[in-house]
Design a protein around this ligand. Structure first.
Ligand code: HPA
Ligand SMILES: [Zn+2]
Length: 353
């Protein structure tokens, strides 16, 4: 049933989008590395970068598709060597998330990007995990980690990565699948996801970002994922759309990412409003905020500005994000109560209760 949302004046919408408590369910921690931090870490670690300075690096952020982004994203991550580097990167992101009123975040990390350079699995996970725990204690944000397999590599390498991470099993809540989508369908990772399922890990996968609806079917039926990351290509397949509605499978959509990687021509042309209207459990996320022009609130603000969505949609998207998270039901209820209170406060401010 649709929740009734108090009327909010349009002029208050941006403040409401910023203030509402929300969860972020799709962001890659390596994609939060700002150029300034990349250069600071390069200097600290004596790593040579193929860019003269911060401006030259930023100027290279002109992407034409997913692969053109991934090439630069993996180059940027090469400055990460020590546990403290992973810690500093994650604390910088968590500070931004707190500022955006993110109450809970589920953070992807790509261990293979680092272990391939000789960085230890425990260096990666311990640095990220310590940052999450410190932010939780000092800033009150809830944060969990999701280990993501690189789909351009083999399933054997994913299985080895899982084995390497298992001694630290209590430090991540699930697994995902990212990197170059087209040509690397979900079926390639059936065995490793099967093993993760047996281990009781949460399962998600990128599907239908650039790839066809068949990849979303595969993620659901072969990998048995609980959420689809991106999923915007689902609209090409009405039977799939109905399935996503019926089962309320969350889609973690990333509007600015879709714009910057040319998945859509403009934010005004983004299909998120249609997906939401059709009854899909859609959420808004930042993906790789340092590369795509903004953290999660910027995604909400620019999307709402471009599409003309209003308070009802804002409420639904924030509520979806909390409901689609992997936290306990009692915690979700607390955050939803906080969301309701935020909307009631804005309605009182508007004098429009
Ligand atoms: O948007 C993405 N898609 C696939 N892989 C990724 N790795 C970081 N961001 C992405
Ligand atoms: Zn992503």
């Amino acid at each position: 049933m649709k929740h009734s949302v108090p009327r909010i004046h349009a002029e208050h919408l941006p403040a409401l989008l910023r203030a509402m408590p929300k969860a972020e369910l799709h962001m890659h921690i390596e994609g939060s590395l700002e150029p300034e931090l990349i250069f600071a870490l390069a200097e600290r670690n004596g790593v040579q970068l193929p860019y003269a300075d911060v401006e030259a690096l930023r100027a290279a952020y002109a992407f034409t598709d997913l692969q053109s982004f991934l090439d630069i994203y993996y180059a940027g991550a090469s400055v990460l060597l020590h546990e403290q580097d992973f810690y500093d990167m994650a604390r910088a992101y968590l500070n931004r998330a707190v500022a955006d009123n993110v109450v809970h975040t589920e953070i992807f990390f790509d261990p293979q990007t680092h272990t391939a350079r000789g960085v230890g699995m425990e260096t990666v996970i311990n640095g990220l995990y310590r940052a999450c725990r410190d932010a939780e204690i000092e800033q009150g944000i809830s944060a969990s980690l999701i280990l993501s397999f690189l789909r351009h590599l083999s399933e054997e390498e994913a299985l080895q990565t899982l084995e390497d991470a298992l001694p630290l099993r209590d430090r991540f809540i699930g697994v995902g699948l990212d990197s170059s989508e087209v040509g690397n369908p979900p079926e390639k990772f059936a065995r490793v996801f099967g093993r993760c399922r047996e281990l009781g890990l949460h399962l998600v996968a990128h599907a239908g970002e650039e790839g066809p609806p068949a990849y979303i079917w595969g993620a659901l039926d072969v990998l048995h994922v609980e959420r689809i990351d991106h999923g915007v290509q689902a609209e090409k397949d009405p039977v799939l759309m109905q399935r996503l509605v019926d089962e309320q499978i969350p889609l973690t959509v990333c509007p600015l990412s879709n714009l910057k990687l040319c998945v859509v021509d403009s934010l005004a042309a983004h299909n998120l409003p249609q997906l939401l209207k059709a009854g899909l459990k859609v959420t808004v996320n930042s993906d790789d905020p340092a590369y795509f022009g903004g953290y999660v609130n910027e995604n909400y603000l620019q999307l709402f500005e471009a599409t003309g969505m209003g308070a009802q949609e804002a409420y639904q998207l924030a509520r979806n994000s909390l409901e689609a998270s992997f936290v306990a039901a009692a915690q979700k209820e607390q955050w939803i109560a906080l969301l309701d209170e935020t909307f009631a406060q804005f309605a009182r401010r508007t004098g429009d209760v």
